[in-house]
Design a protein around this ligand. Structure first.
Ligand code: ATP
Ligand code: MG
Length: 718
């Protein structure tokens, strides 16, 4: 076993060995925060003799939880790695033990986006709504907003109301948003489904309601450690506070320059004010960077220095010199994609494996042109996103079969009862839905009770029931991987794919089997089917399977906390990165931090690219201000942008900067100033109402003065 303190600098050692009380590490990107955190876990276990089951280690994504588990396993040699999880994942553990406090079964379902969509589908059909009323993605956002901001006590309805009362509330709703919201709560309760927000709310509620349960968890978690603390939100903070309330050993690490989730409710103040919120806080600072070359660090320091609201700190390089940071200007998006492909080929020819190369971007839609060129040039790649692996049809189907065996829930039933075809089409499904609604039972139970009726003549209802029943009786005694292989075979699902010649889908199923197998071997006793299903549900929204020697493509948000030898950061253009939705100064500074996060992922090589062209509204596309922020001496241009373009870009940026409001509540104009509105034309400010966050404007062409929100962009007339 390796010496746990080996390969750590003094500050890291101090972080690892300061085990008691409240400890905060504030440190820059790549300074070894995550390394210190995992070593500290191993130190607690190996040196202090703490049982892993008494340690909670919180990561930001499932992907980083998996990596951390692996790292800690290598350090301790222990198969039991305790609670290494995201906040949501940890809440699943709490609920699996204690959901009885809220009268939910242990077999509750964790819902991902596609489950939510399936529920929305039912609601829309029942109430005659269409996507014109609201798209699913807007409906999901609306639900999340309502749950977090408008109706934070919504969960009491789910817990205390009977299913009938909840249904009543839904049926009585008349406003579209109410219909969707209560319809969703009803659907959730009906299958004992919980979304991410519920997981935390329910856990907090359980701790509040039942002191003995709270104490049990508080006593169990002797040490708590949290990575990426700069992006913690209010609910997570509350949960953390409860959990550390007994032993009071809390270790947090974060970097204020990497706060990139304030749009989702994260607040960096929790990190900065940690010493005021807890007693005798020890703060450790780490500035040395072990990840990137001095060239990369010089560029990123120069970039982040442009943020006004920040505590100044520079990353100090520890690695030897590397190549320059390369900046490429392309004339079109296609040319940009070709240049990236060319560079990747050159790297590959010099012996760099594809998997050491990562393409990062601000938003998913950027990938289309890059993908097209990669396909043409035969560069293998994989995209990390929700619909990558776990969102695929065959994977969802296979998991629905597993869920059907364990829970017999309606969502899974609807998904697979007629896949492959069993003659259980729309008409018969409607019959089951009516029966289930009248008799208050699940769809599967409805089928069981009515299978001998006329309507099911000539269907394979009976075969389907005996298939599910026989698996339901045996699955608990078998490894999950065996159950999965057997059900895919005996249900006829794989045969269906074979007859359709869907080799790629069959390959994906093989991949799934492999990942189940790996899950089983890494989890030991905990690897029941129920645990597995909860685990993959958490996985499916944001992570993907990692396979083979391929170039990785992902958004900057997904890349958080990770590192890659070669990084291409593409589409660095105004309107893309920073995104065109950036209207306030705090939002612009968050975009700049996002660019900083992106560039600090690179170890050896960093390539920044941008392409000329037109925006959707026809305006010319300029290089990003984040490129211009960097001292030009620190960048090597492959080809200088056309003369005048940089000057034009600077004018454009300076112009837009003037209209970035401090935030939506701060006025940018004073009484008497002349302004220009995109629709109403020019006018003069009559009054500034800070309570309403609005100006009173007398427009030249409109007789009566109008109230205009601070949020909208007003220009200075030229
Ligand atoms: P981020 O802010 O991006 O999450 P981080 O602070 O968590 O970064 P790590 O990922 O822990 O940084 O470390 C960055 C890299 O530096 C890793 O490859 C890690 O193995 C290496 N590293 C960390 N500390 C040391 C050290 N003392 N000596 C040598 N290498 C180190
Ligand atoms: Mg880290």
């Amino acid at each position: 076993m390796i010496d746990i303190l080996e390969g750590l600098n003094d500050a890291q050692r101090e972080a690892v060995t300061s085990t008691e009380g409240f400890v905060r590490v504030i440190a820059g990107a790549g300074s070894g925060k995550t390394r210190a955190l995992s070593r500290r876990f191993a130190y607690l276990v190996n040196e202090l003799g703490i049982l892993p089951g008494n340690i909670l280690c919180v990561t930001f994504t499932n992907k980083s939880a998996n990596e951390m588990r692996q790292r800690i396993h290598n350090l301790t040699g222990d198969n039991d790695t305790g609670y290494i999880n995201t906040f949501h994942g940890f809440c699943v553990s709490v609920l699996q033990e204690d959901s009885h406090i809220v009268q939910y079964p242990k077999s509750f379902l964790v819902l991902d986006n596609s489950d939510i969509d399936a529920m929305l589908n039912i609601i829309y059909e029942e109430r005659g709504l269409t996507l014109r009323n609201m798209t699913f993605s807007n409906a999901r956002d609306m639900i999340e907003m309502r749950k977090t901001m408008k109706d934070p006590d919504y969960y009491l309805d789910m817990i205390t109301m009977s299913l009938d009362t909840l249904r009543q509330k839904y049926e009585n709703a008349t406003e579209t948003t109410d219909i969707i919201f209560y319809g969703y709560l009803y659907q959730e309760k009906k299958c004992f489904g919980l979304d991410y927000n519920d997981l935390i709310k329910f856990s907090l509620y359980i701790f509040e309601q039942d002191e003995s349960v709270r104490l049990k968890w508080q006593k169990r978690l002797e040490y708590i450690m949290i990575d990426e603390f700069q992006d913690i939100d209010e609910l997570q903070y509350k949960l953390m506070k409860v959990l550390c309330g007994y032993h009071k050993n809390l270790f947090i690490v974060g970097d204020p320059d990497q706060t990139i989730y304030t749009w989702r409710g994260a607040n960096v103040r929790y990190l900065l004010d940690f010493d005021k919120a807890f007693p005798k806080v020890k703060t450790i600072l780490m500035m040395q960077n072990y990840r990137s070359t001095p060239q990369i660090l010089a560029a990123v320091n120069s970039l982040i220095d442009k943020n006004r609201h920040r505590i100044k700190k520079d990353l100090i390089p520890m690695l030897p010199d590397g190549g320059p940071v390369v900046c490429h200007h392309a004339v079109t998006e296609e040319a940009q994609a070709h240049w990236i492909a060319e560079q990747i080929k050159t790297l590959a020819d010099s012996g760099v494996p594809f998997k050491d190369i990562t393409v990062l971007y601000r938003a998913h839609y950027i990938t289309r042109t890059v993908e097209e060129v990669f396909l043409k040039e035969e560069i293998p790649y994989t995209i990390y996103s929700g619909v990558q692996f776990f969102g695929r049809m065959e994977i969802k189907d296979a998991l629905s079969y597993l869920r059907m065996i364990a829970y017999k829930d309606d969502l899974s039933f609807v998904r697979i009862a007629n896949v492959p075809k069993r003659n259980l089409g729309e008409r018969r499904m409607k019959f089951l839905q009516d029966y289930a609604a009248q008799n208050g039972c699940s769809l599967y139970d409805a089928l069981r009770r009515t299978r001998d009726e006329e309507i099911f003549k000539g269907t394979k209802a009976v075969q389907f029931i005996s298939l599910i029943e026989s698996f339901a009786a045996d699955y608990a005694q078998l490894p999950i991987s065996e159950v999965l292989s057997a059900i895919l075979n005996e249900s006829g699902y794989e045969r269906m794919l074979r007859t359709k010649g869907s080799q790629e889908r069959l390959d994906n199923l093989a991949e799934l089997k492999q990942s189940v197998y790996e899950y089983e071997t890494s989890c030991g006793e905990e690897s029941t089917l129920e645990h597995y299903l909860a685990h993959v549900a958490l996985f499916s929204n944001s992570d993907a399977a990692e396979t083979g020697d391929k170039v990785r493509m992902m958004t900057v948000h997904t890349a958080k906390g990770l590192e890659f030898p070669y990084v291409f950061l593409c589409a660095m253009n105004e309107g893309i990165f920073p995104s065109k939705k950036t209207r306030t100064l705090p939002a612009m500074e968050e975009e700049r931090r996002l660019a900083f996060v992106a560039m600090t992922r690179a170890e050896k090589g960093l390539y920044l690219t941008e392409a000329e062209g037109r925006n959707f509204d026809g305006s010319p596309r300029y290089p990003s201000r984040f490129l211009l922020d960097i001292d030009p001496a620190l960048l090597t241009y492959t080809e200088k942008p056309r003369e005048g373009l940089i000057a034009e870009a600077r004018d454009y940026i300076a112009y837009t900067e003037r209209f970035l409001s401090e935030d939506a509540h701060t006025p940018r104009f004073a009484v008497g100033q002349r302004v220009k509105h995109s629709v109403f034309g020019t006018g003069v400010i009559l009054d500034v109402d800070t309570a309403k966050s609005a100006y009173l404007v007398q427009f030249d062409e409109i007789p009566t003065p109008r109230s205009i929100s601070f949020k909208v962009k007003l220009n200075v007339p030229v």
